[in-house]
Design a protein. Sequence first.
Length: 386
Amino acid sequence: MPPSKPPGVYITEVDSGVRMITGAGTSTPAFIGSIPGEVREPRQVQSWNQFREIYLPSGDGEDFTASSYAAEAVYGFFANGGGSCYVVGTADGDDCLAAYQGNEDEGTGLAALELVPEVKIIVAPDLWQTAEDAPAIAKAIARHCADLGNRMAVLHTKQGLSATDAEKVPAAFGLDEEEAQFTSVYYPWVTTPGFDGTERLIPPSGHIAGVWARTDAQRGVQKAPANQNLQTVTGIEVSLSDDEQGPLNAAGVNCLRSFPGQGVLVWGARTLSDSSEWRYLNVRRLANFLRESIRTSTKWVVFEPNDERLQSAVRASTTSFLMEQWRSGALLGHTPHEAFYVICDESNNPPEGIADGKLTIDVGVAAVRPAEFITFRILQISGSET
């Protein structure tokens, strides 16, 4: 017989089995290019001063800026609200495709960045250093982002292009539809006094990555990173009219515009996708965020018996997470039913899948219109996950 207790109120904590889903990061970029110095592996940099200590120890950036736009890009990132980034150099003086692709065993290039899960944006400040290599490099970066499914490419057009020529850049990259969904292009180049006070004409991609980070921090990843001022930018290479911007917008090129009293603004937020579903950056990035958050926060399931209790716990935690996103305004709809759905039960987890160690989670979210769902599947497998 259990020992008797005196009268009173007794509280016993019971494990509900529901685990919290933590939101994944969205705004950490990796800057890759022909960066001078001996540091080749991806290296985390948390401030402009830290970048200077590592890559500009003499304090003189003249030699650096003569061969690479990376310093100005990283400076622009931090000046526009960026918090942390990674930097990875290609081989000295070598900006060819193989150098960008890198080698996992040697810890270089895009191959090394596959092992850095914090990275969500790829920036290539020196993309056009050798113009004939640029389309192949752009495609390699886009394929890297599409294969991982959780990061975006922030690219730019070549210096000196007219609006008509800039329209042709996306087609020159030769991306397939999947690659295009994870790629953005910005035009034109910008002038800035930069980190040493010397005014230069530079690619805008580093500053854009900072704007993305600032927008994410202030408004959330669901907010389009547009109508935002570029800090430290004093002008643009080409001033555009509304008529000139129209064809660029149709081609998926995001324009920078200068307006009296407002400075230089980001005036576009498109991917290169032709799909109405994935045309806008905020939709693609929101889907990346939701999928990555659920995927990483449900890895624990591979160590549990795949039964109704586990599936119920996964549904509950995923539903709770998506409810938070709906309440914050990230998902559209008057009710949760219009905003999202979660399926994790016997309908998508048949006995043969369970026998193979698989747990399937199907998710639909309304990111464009209520009750019009963008869908994705998360498959957790014992010893792996996708």
